[in-house]
Design a protein around this ligand. Structure first.
Ligand SMILES: CCCCCCCCCCCC/C=C/CC(=O)SCCNC(=O)CCNC(=O)[C@H](O)C(C)(C)COP(=O)(O)OP(=O)(O)OC[C@H]1O[C@@H](n2cnc3c(N)ncnc32)[C@H](O)[C@@H]1OP(=O)(O)O
Length: 279
């Protein structure tokens, strides 16, 4: 996180309702690749979706890793080579209890605040599909390495009849540039690794068996860059976006909950969830 003040502000706004379960660590594993490099593995079968508990566990894990001053870099990966993450858990938005829905969105904001503003050098190892929130999770890292050929990555929200909020959309625009973003977001394009590389959405594309070894090599290399200069450079690049969300966090929660609770949105969500289950 960028500053003590920003960290305090972020944690003050995290869900504190008694109904919220403590973050479960069984959906994630944290290990060490070297004394200064941590590895965070998403391990929530079948699709590593971001439920409320998963999102809370994720930001808690990132914050804990960050709190260890000996750690300078983080590799993010999935325990599945088929799915990096299928994005937000759509069942959280189907017939939701309003207070839990608001806490869910605060927790999703928390994933962004913890990883996008992390002082650590971060690499996403994307071996499988990364649609929607899965793509956004990878965009919060500093460097992305993806499998070529099969898996898809991108923001398909428009194709689902929804829109990504400004703070997530902005990361995409920052990464691929205005025109590429307009073309992709308006159609809801899901890219192959090769297509994603061509627009700058990922940094390298490799055959599956080479993705993880290369991601490890890269994160170990990034860990050797002087930590202070890198963290400050990252703050200069990303601080304004993070501060904007921190300042408008509850207004964003209100936008999200209002949109999701609308009758028409609920119909769309239910139909989409059913179509996923019937596949
Ligand atoms: C209109 C609906 C949208 C609702 C959102 C409204 C809110 C609006 C506010 C703005 C929010 C903006 C941000 C949104 C970001 C998001 O992340 S929204 C989520 C979008 N995600 C997707 O569209 C991905 C859907 N999944 C897939 O396309 C495929 O699962 C896959 C390509 C990733 C993998 O395919 P495959 O290997 O064939 O696995 P499946 O059999 O499809 O899936 C296994 C299993 O997981 C369940 N599942 C998959 N994704 C989700 C998910 N996102 N949420 C909940 N559950 C999911 C799937 O149903 C299967 O379950 P069963 O085994 O059948 O029980």
């Amino acid at each position: 996180m960028f500053s003590t003040a920003a960290r305090a502000l972020a944690s003050r706004s995290l869900p504190r309702a008694p109904s919220i379960l403590p973050p479960s660590r069984s959906m994630l594993t944290v290990s060490r690749l070297s004394p200064s490099v941590a590895e965070l593995t998403l391990d929530k079968a079948p699709a590593n979706t971001l439920s409320l508990e998963m999102a809370l566990a994720f930001s808690a894990a990132v914050s804990e890793i960050e709190a260890d001053p000996s750690v300078t870099a983080l590799l993010l990966r999935s325990s599945s080579t088929k799915i990096f993450s299928a994005g937000l858990d759509i069942s959280e938005m189907s017939g939701p209890e309003p207070a839990r829905l608001a806490d869910f969105w605060r927790a999703i904001q928390g994933t962004y605040l913890s990883l996008y503003s992390s002082r650590l050098a971060t690499v996403a190892c994307i071996e499988g599909h990364a649609p929607a929130g899965g793509c956004l999770l990878s965009l919060m890292a500093d460097y992305r390495i993806m499998t070529g050929g099969g898996p898809r990555i991108g923001l398909n929200e428009t194709a689902l009849g929804i829109a990504a909020p400004y703070w997530l959309k902005d990361m995409f625009v920052e990464t691929v540039g205005r025109r590429n973003a307009e073309l992709a977001l308006l159609k809801g394009t899901l890219f192959t690794g090769e297509e994603a590389l061509a627009v700058g959405l990922v940094d390298e594309v490799l055959p599956l068996e080479e993705v993880y070894p290369r991601a490890k090599e890269e994160v170990l290399k990034l860990a050797r860059i002087p930590a202070k200069g890198r963290a400050e450079t990252k703050r200069l690049l990303r601080g304004a976006a993070v501060d904007e969300l921190l300042a408008g966090r509850e207004a964003d929660v209100a936008w999200f909950t209002e949109f999701v609770l609308e009758e028409g949105t609920q119909k769309g969500i239910k139909a989409y969830l059913d179509s996923l289950k019937k596949k």
